[in-house]
Design a protein around this ligand. Structure first.
Ligand SMILES: NC(=O)c1ccc[n+]([C@@H]2O[C@H](COP(=O)([O-])OP(=O)(O)OC[C@H]3O[C@@H](n4cnc5c(N)ncnc54)[C@H](O)[C@@H]3O)[C@@H](O)[C@H]2O)c1
Length: 444
């Protein structure tokens, strides 16, 4: 079966979730373009959007309608060509409405997995749980024996899932980044048993969805989480070292600042863990620890935070939930104090002591935001990191050590075969995490 035929009957499982809804949007757009393209009018297209959460599926309908309208508004020239054989559509508004209606018309929203019968491509984005994923794949295999399955797993080895579900190489790791409709990066994970025709289709689909593909080997955590999880564990260990002198809240604040300011990253490591979710971090740790030998990938602190209900992640309206930090209007406003079991507001009177202990930033420093669109950022980064190498003070020392550890992690990903080359590790951090420079660099 060729890919064009596969595109006619597609399913998404977990479609109403954080990742599933973005994947559903990408597929709705791609399939609607195919459906409305001249010459394809006679073909039938069906996109089955399945989730166990009925209420969230209602939300998905509204989300797809508004986002498809936005996409259509940006593509009127292309859509005019698609509807060239429809003389009744004259104004841009009419063309946009026709496209949104056509797009929504191909989508079926359901809580019944049986509706995936006959699907030819299935995208799975349910919880990061081996048993649950395997159970679902076994059912899909019965309902849609010809389907290729694309899993969004962030950490579970593909071959293990494929073998446990008896898919015969019909599963591929298609690791979108959050939010899938916006983030360009896609890690493509194949195992030696993945079917060649599936690998070819996966590469073409990634291209159709306008994603930048970086291949990763089938080793738990892959490249993105392989770096992020170890980077996070290092941050936690550094915080524990500072805790004696500066307390839990002070240590958390300081390590987070070092990551963000001294390393010129978009956010500090604890804010990033909050964004991803303390619960997700714990879950990925658990999976990686199970499959990676010779390394202790575990954190008592993360377990303790989870016990206390400090989970991070987002509310349904997209606002950030409490985690290591509390947020007001998207900005950090307080830091969790494990010793007090409550949040410490971050006011200058409180943070002064920690800022003084860290010391000033080295000369030539620019905030991440200022450099992110700067065409001469490479030269500026070189100048800054040259100064960091010689700078004195606690912040500079912690920054240098962090840089070194991040590089070690990157190199370990290459030497252990997770990534084929340094550029792939750097590419994932640049595109998926919006770092300005890859971890494998000459700055460390
Ligand atoms: N959130 C991220 O930043 C991120 C990034 C990359 C990959 N991932 C991976 O994507 C997958 C989904 O993560 P998420 O953050 O979107 O989770 P989520 O909890 O937001 O969404 C999961 C969805 O699956 C649904 N679901 C649960 N059980 C189901 C079942 N049996 N059948 C159908 N639907 C079911 C839930 O109702 C929910 O809507 C996980 O494997 C995760 O590791 C997440």
């Amino acid at each position: 079966m060729d890919l064009a035929q596969r595109y006619t009957n597609v399913g998404v499982i977990g479609a109403a979730g954080k990742m599933g809804s973005g994947i559903a949007l990408l597929l709705t757009h791609e399939m609607a373009l195919r459906k409305t393209s001249p010459g394809a009018r006679e073909e039938r297209f069906k996109l089955t959007l399945m989730d166990v959460n009925d209420e969230a599926l209602d939300g998905l309908k509204g989300y797809l309608r508004s986002q498809m309208r936005r996409l259509a508004e940006k593509s009127t020239v292309r859509l005019r060509a698609h509807y060239a054989d429809r003389p009744d559509l004259v104004e841009n508004g009419e063309i946009i409405q026709a496209y949104v209606d056509d797009a929504l018309d191909l989508a079926r929203f359901t809580t019944d997995l049986d509706q995936l019968a006959g699907c030819r491509l299935v995208f799975e984005a349910i919880a990061e749980n081996i048993d649950l994923k395997v159970k679902i794949y076994k059912q899909v295999k019965k309902l849609a024996p010809e389907a290729f399955i694309f899993t969004n797993t962030s950490s579970i080895p593909i071959r293990l899932l494929d073998e446990q579900a008896g898919l015969g190489g019909g599963l591929v790791g298609f690791h979108f980044y959050n939010p899938p409709a916006v983030q360009r990066l896609l890690e493509l994970i194949t195992s030696p048993t993945t079917r060649d025709d599936l690998v070819a289709d996966a590469q073409q689909i990634a291209k159709d969805l306008k994603k930048k593909v970086i291949p990763a080997s089938d080793i738990a955590g892959f490249i993105g989480n392989g770096h992020f999880i170890r980077d996070g564990l290092y941050g936690i260990a550094e915080m524990e070292k500072l805790r004696g002198d500066y307390g839990f809240a002070g240590g958390t604040y300081m390590v987070n600042r070092v990551c963000q300011d001294w390393l010129i990253r978009p956010m500090g490591i604890f804010q990033l863990i909050d964004y991803v979710g303390v619960d997700v971090f714990q879950c990925i740790l658990g999976v990686m620890n199970q499959f990676i030998e010779g390394e202790e990938l575990h954190s008592d602190l993360i377990d303790e935070l989870m016990k206390r209900g400090v989970r991070g992640g987002q509310n349904p309206d997209g606002s950030q939930k409490d985690g290591f930090f509390r947020y007001e209007k998207g900005q950090i406003s307080a830091v969790y104090d494990l010793d007090k079991g409550d949040y410490q507001p971050i006011a200058a009177a409180w943070s002064d002591r920690f800022d003084k202990a860290l010391g000033g930033l080295p000369d030539g420093h620019f905030p991440w935001r200022a450099l992110s669109r700067d065409t001469s950022k490479t030269a500026k980064l070189e100048g800054y990191f040259g100064n960091l190498a010689k700078a004195e003070g606690l912040g500079a020392r912690l920054g240098r050590d962090y840089l070194k550890r991040s590089k070690e992690i990157g190199e370990q990903l290459v030497s252990s075969g997770v990534a084929a080359k340094a550029e792939d590790v750097n590419g994932v951090l640049l595109n998926g995490f919006f770092h300005l420079y890859g971890p494998i660099n000459d700055y460390a």
